[in-house]
Design a protein around this ligand. Structure first.
Ligand code: MLT
Ligand code: ZN
Length: 471
C-alpha cells in the first residue's frame, strides 16, 4: 500500500482539478466543525468532486492508499455524522458541487437530483412543476438531498408523507470499491429481490456515497391551514391528535408539540416573532393541507378544534389568516433549535415512542431527572404526530450551561433507559453519527448489531467509509 500524502493528493488533483483539492487550514476550517459546535476534526484535505465519475475516482484512489473518507453534504448533522475524527487521516469529501437537477418527470411524479442539491432547491424544482416534494425541516436551506437520505431525515411533514426513506424511489451510489451502482429507477413497484437502496438510506455514508436520487413528488396543496393551539398538557395534545385525525384524515400534515420553555428561548433569540397565546405551558402547531381545488381545510380545522375545545382538550387557539401569519407561526417552531443553540449547550435527545406512551414517559422522565439533577429545565418540543420528541435538558437557572454538560451521561441513561422500557428509539430522526454510537451499542440487540456489522463488512471490508460513525 502506498503512503497517503503527496501521491494521493496529486492523484486527487488530477481527478477533480487542483482547485477542488483544498489543504489550507482556513479553507478546511468551516467544514471541520459540526453545526452544533460539538465536534471539531481534522482532515488530510477537502475534495470537491463535480460528478459521479469524479467521486468514483476519488474513492478508488483512497481505497488504494487506505485513506478513509468522510462524505459531507450541508454539514447540518445533529450527531457529528459528517465531521472527521481528530487524527487528520481522513479525506473530507464534499458533495456541494454536485447540485444539478437531472430530470423531472411530471407524469411519473418524480424528481431526479444530485446529492448536493439542497432540500430547499429540490422543493423549488418540484414547485416549478406545480408539484410538492414534502420533506421539510428547519435546515432545508443548507441540508442536501444526499445528507437527508443518508440520515433518513424526518422533519415536520412525516405524519402525512413519511421520512426520507419513504420519499425515495432510486439511488445512485459510489460503492466503497469505487464502482458506481446505478439504481436510479423511478418505480413505485419493483419486487426484484432485496431493496438495496434502503441499505444506503440512513447509513450515514458508512456503506457508500449517495451521489444522486429519484425522489417522489406529490400534488401541490391547494388549500392550507395552520393553527397554534394552547393545550392543558401532553395527554390533551395526544387526545387532540386523535380527534384531528378522525376529522381531517390524511389532510393532517403536521402536529408539533412545543413546551413553554422552548417557545420562550426561540422568542428570546428571535424577538421579532409573535407571541400568539401567552401564558400557557404547552402548545401544538397544527398544519392541514388539501390537494383538491377550493377544499375548505381552514373551516374543517376550525370545526375540529371547536369540537376538541368542548372536550376540554384545547385551552385557546388561533388560526392563521394569511400565508404570512402561517409562516410566522411556523417560524416559532422552526427557530427553536437555533434559539437553543444561541442560548448555550444543552443535553439533546431525539427519541421516539408510541404516541400513546408519551404522556406517561414525560411524567416518569421528569420525576427521575428532577431527582437526579435538581433544577433541571425541560426544553421539550417535536413531532408529536410521529411520536418523536426533542427532549432536551438545560442547566438550572443561573447555572453554567457548559458545566451542566458533565451531566449528559447520567441524563442519557435515565432518558434512554426509560425510552427503551416504553419500546421506543434513542434516535428518531437525527441518526447516530458519533454522538450516539455508544448508546446504539448499548440499546440495539446483539443480533441486530451483528447483522449491521455483517452488512458493513460486506460493503466496506476495508472500513474506509465514514469510519467511527454508527458502528
Ligand atoms: C427540529 O425538529 O427542529 C430538528 O430536528 C432540530 C432539533 O431537534 O434541534
Ligand atoms: Zn426534529
Amino acid at each position: 500500500m502506498a503512503e497517503p500524502g503527496a501521491t494521493l493528493l496529486a492523484r486527487l488533483a488530477a481527478a477533480v482539478g487542483p482547485s477542488h483539492v483544498l489543504t489550507a487550514p482556513a479553507d478546511l476550517a468551516p467544514w471541520l466543525t459540526d453545526w452544533r459546535g460539538r465536534y471539531t476534526g481534522r482532515a488530510l484535505a477537502l475534495v470537491r468532486p463535480g460528478s459521479t465519475a469524479e467521486v468514483a475516482a476519488v474513492v478508488a484512489a483512497c481505497r488504494e492508499h487506505g485513506v478513509p473518507i468522510v462524505p459531507q453534504g450541508g454539514n447540518t448533522s445533529m450527531c457529528g455524522a459528517a465531521t472527521p475524527d481528530t487524527s487528520g487521516n481522513a479525506l473530507l469529501l464534499s458533495l456541494g458541487r454536485m447540485h444539478r437537477v437531472r430530470a423531472i418527470d411530471s407524469a411519473n411524479a418524480t424528481l431526479t437530483v444530485e446529492a448536493g442539491v439542497t432540500l430547499a432547491a429540490a422543493q423549488d424544482a418540484a414547485r416549478a412543476q406545480d408539484m410538492l416534494f414534502p420533506l421539510s425541516l428547519a435546515s432545508e436551506g443548507s441540508a442536501t438531498v444526499g445528507g437527508v437520505l443518508s440520515t433518513n431525515a424526518g422533519g415536520t411533514a412525516v405524519l402525512r408523507y413519511g421520512n426520507a426513506r419513504e420519499l425515495v424511489l432510486g439511488l445512485e451510489v459510489v460503492l466503497a470499491d469505487g464502482r458506481v451502482w446505478d439504481g436510479l429507477r423511478g418505480l413505485r413497484k419493483d419486487n426484484t429481490g432485496y431493496d438495496l437502496k434502503q441499505l444506503f438510506v440512513g447509513a450515514e455514508g458508512t456503506l457508500g456515497i449517495v451521489t444522486a436520487a429519484v425522489l417522489k413528488l406529490f400534488p401541490a396543496p391547494r388549500s392550507q391551514a395552520t393553527a397554534f393551539v394552547a393545550v392543558p398538557d401532553p395527554a390533551a395534545a395526544v387526545a387532540l391528535l386523535g380527534g384531528l385525525r378522525g376529522r381531517l384524515a390524511d389532510r393532517l400534515t403536521g402536529f408539533e408539540l412545543i413546551g413553554a420553555l422552548p417557545l420562550a428561548l426561540c422568542r428570546k433569540h428571535h424577538p421579532a416573532l409573535p407571541d400568539p397565546l401567552p401564558g400557557h405551558a404547552w402548545y401544538v402547531l397544527v398544519q392541514a393541507d388539501d390537494g383538491a381545488q377550493d377544499a375548505p381545510t381552514a373551516a374543517d380545522l376550525e370545526a375540529a378544534l371547536g369540537a376538541a375545545a368542548e372536550r376540554g382538550l384545547v385551552a385557546d387557539a388561533t388560526i392563521a389568516q394569511s400565508q404570512a401569519q402561517a409562516a410566522a407561526l411556523w417560524a416559532l417552531r422552526e427557530n427553536i433549535s437555533e434559539g437553543q443553540r444561541r442560548e448555550g449547550p444543552n443535553v439533546k435527545h431525539d427519541i421516539s415512542l408510541p404516541v400513546s406512551a408519551i404522556p406517561r414517559f414525560l411524567d416518569e422522565a421528569a420525576h427521575s431527572l428532577r431527582a437526579a439533577l435538581p433544577g433541571v429545565r425541560f426544553v421539550t418540543f417535536g413531532h408529536l404526530g410521529d411520536g418523536n420528541l426533542h427532549y432536551n435538558l438545560s442547566a438550572p437557572e443561573r447555572e453554567d450551561a457548559t458545566a451542566f454538560m458533565a451531566n449528559a451521561p447520567a441524563a442519557n441513561r435515565i432518558v434512554h433507559d426509560l425510552v427503551a422500557a416504553h419500546g421506543g428509539s434513542i434516535s428518531a430522526e437525527h441518526g447516530i453519527g458519533q454522538l450516539k454510537r455508544d448508546e446504539l451499542a448499548r440499546y440495539k440487540s446483539a443480533l441486530e448489531l451483528e447483522l449491521m456489522r455483517r452488512v458493513k463488512d460486506a460493503l466496506d471490508p476495508q472500513g474506509l467509509m465514514n469510519p467511527g460513525k454508527v458502528l
